[in-house]
Design a protein around this ligand. Structure first.
Ligand SMILES: Nc1nc2c(ncn2[C@@H]2O[C@H](COP(=O)(O)OP(=O)(O)O)[C@@H](O)[C@H]2O)c(=O)[nH]1
Ligand SMILES: [Mg+2]
Length: 198
């Protein structure tokens, strides 16, 4: 698979605007500021394909990237405290609309900040994905911010924290700063690419 064959395709602010699901869509989901755009950039070896936010919670859009016969989807972040009710409503409609419109979604990468236990939002997102029967892989972000003992402790407790939601689920510790875990993310995307005969 050719990871250089990537480009921005489109951004959508409402569910009604979403373009058709013509190719398999591999999603990146997680709360605002967790590091979705950063890990997409690092995984693809692009400095600024996906916009890294300086102000969290600003972009409530679904962003599509074309990648060699697949689509990568940067989903809008959730759970940012300062976003008002209307924006939350818009977020919920966009996400519901996205996931419930018969799209071809072979996998969701669910991002969780490695420095903290999964939030209630993270858990309900995983619960939603399991109920929808959408396969997911968990990406722990910003591992460079942990020292060795903090990192080990987090890796020890993450399966307990997630309980049933982590059964048979791959968990990848990553860093968009030093590239940790990005090769494993590329491998998973490659496998999906190969399985569709692209
Ligand atoms: N140290 C460190 N900072 C990160 C990492 N990933 C993201 N960040 C920072 O976290 C902030 C939010 O990142 P962004 O990718 O925009 O998050 P998004 O809202 O989930 O797309 C930015 O300031 C990034 O530079 C990482 O792996 N390590
Ligand atoms: Mg982003």
């Amino acid at each position: 698979m050719n990871f250089n064959n990537v480009s921005f395709e489109a951004a959508f602010g409402t569910f009604q605007q979403l373009c058709e699901s013509t190719v398999p869509e591999v999603c990146f989901s997680g709360r605002s500021n967790v590091g979705k755009s950063s890990i997409i950039n690092k995984t693809l070896g692009r400095k600024s394909l996906a916009r890294v936010s300086t102000k969290p919670g600003k972009t409530v859009t679904v962003n599509f990237y074309k990648l060699d016969g697949l689509r990568l989807v940067d989903l809008p972040g959730y759970g940012y405290a300062k976003v008002d009710f209307k924006e939350r409503q818009r977020w919920a409609e966009l996400m519901e609309g996205y996931f419930k419109s018969e799209r071809n979604i072979p996998l969701v990468f669910q991002l969780i900040d490695a420095r903290h236990k999964p939030s209630d939002f993270d858990l309900s997102m995983l619960d939603f994905l399991s109920q929808m029967d959408i396969p997911y892989v968990i990406i722990l972000t910003k591992c460079d911010k942990l020292n060795k003992s903090e990192f080990n402790a987090r890796m020890q407790s993450i399966y307990d924290d997630l309980g049933d939601l982590a059964t048979d689920v791959t968990i990848i510790p990553t860093s968009a700063q030093n590239g940790m875990g990005c090769e494993q993310i590329r491998d998973i995307i490659s496998q999906i690419h190969d399985s569709i005969g692209g």
